[in-house]
Design a protein around this ligand. Structure first.
Ligand code: C2E
Ligand code: MG
Ligand code: MG
Ligand code: MG
Length: 285
């Protein structure tokens, strides 16, 4: 459908714009092929508690195992399908694959109390039947308890339409899943809005974490988000923890949960058990 409407639009544009549309059409076709040929894969990045030294959860991050170009990051293909029906299809594949993986880990005795999380696009979340689709996906994995699945929604997309989004979130929470607000701090949430969004985790955007060590404004934002989370009784995690200095500063500020290259890079699901048994938190923090 998208391809057809794309082709129709194609004829309306002038020559300069034609090229851009062609490029996008090609990549849409390539993505279609990749979906059909199972070239997408989920990598998982650990989330840890720096104070207690436990691995609390993992975040699923999509990759394209491209036959010629190697492993591609989402920035190279997600924007192309933002307004395509493939967005929904890929989103469902992500949830399904993550649920399958939770079940596999569970069978090995590996349970993440603070969830395996998946990223949900704004388009996916706001499709009229999202809750029903999620219910069907959960029903297809009866061995997995919904409370072990967390949906990450960008703060900016939640703010798009707080009224609608908070209702969708409530309906999904009734199914047992949890929510996190991703890239928090980039969307200028007011206190009022945060109060209406039933997410139990706030993820401090990595840009603030990365720069807080040398930029007082970014440090103030990190402190502010931590205080906000505490006031509203939400959990808070810092993204983009790359160094020991980041970790120790966050611990001083009262943020115990962290995720970042300094702890672990995203990795294939099969590497997660070995990583967990080798991780020595005390040596790092
Ligand atoms: P995000 O959800 O905020 O995920 C964090 C991104 O930061 C990931 O990039 C991760 O690999 C990267 N990262 C983690 N720790 C560090 C660090 O210490 N330093 C730096 N510089 N980067 C770090 P990735 O995997 O390329 O994903 C980028 C974005 O693409 C994600 O941001 C998310 O918004 C989106 N995305 C990824 N997977 C999916 C998916 O399955 N569905 C949807 N809708 N979006 C996805
Ligand atoms: Mg995320
Ligand atoms: Mg993020
Ligand atoms: Mg991001």
């Amino acid at each position: 459908v998208a391809k057809e409407s794309g082709k129709n639009r194609y004829h309306l544009f002038d020559t300069a714009q034609d090229d851009a549309v062609k490029v996008q059409l090609e990549s849409l076709e390539a993505i279609r092929g990749a979906l059909d040929n199972q070239q997408f894969v989920l990598y998982y990045q650990p989330k840890v508690n720096m104070k207690t030294g436990t691995v609390t959860g993992v975040e699923a991050l999509i990759r394209w195992q491209h036959p010629e170009r190697g492993l591609l990051n989402p920035i190279e293909f997600l924007p192309a399908i933002e307004n395509s029906p493939m967005n929904i299809e890929m989103g469902e594949w992500v949830i399904d694959t993550a649920l399958k993986q939770i079940g596999k880990w569970q069978a090995m005795g590996l349970i993440f109390p603070d969830c395996t999380s998946v990223n949900i696009s704004a388009v996916q979340l706001q499709q009229p039947n999202f809750t029903n689709r999620l219910m069907a996906l959960l029903a297809a994995h009866p061995d997995v308890e919904p409370r072990y699945l967390e949906l990450e929604v960008l703060e900016t997309s939640a703010l798009d339409d707080v009224h609608n989004v908070s209702k969708i979130m409530d309906n999904c929470i009734a199914l047992g899943v949890k929510f996190a607000l991703d890239d928090f701090g980039t969307g200028y949430s007011s206190l009022t809005y945060l109060r209406r969004l039933p997410a139990n985790l706030i993820k401090i955007d990595q840009s603030f974490v990365r720069d807080m060590l040398h930029d007082a404004d970014d440090l103030a934002i990190v402190e502010g988000v931590i205080a906000l989370a505490r006031s509203f009784k939400r959990n808070v995690i810092a993204e983009g923890v790359e160094t020991i200095e980041h970790g120790t500063t966050l611990l001083q500020l009262g943020c115990e949960l962290a995720q970042g290259y300094g702890i672990a890079r995203p990795m294939p699901a099969s590497d997660i058990p070995a990583w967990i048994s080798e991780w020595k938190p005390d040596a790092n923090w």
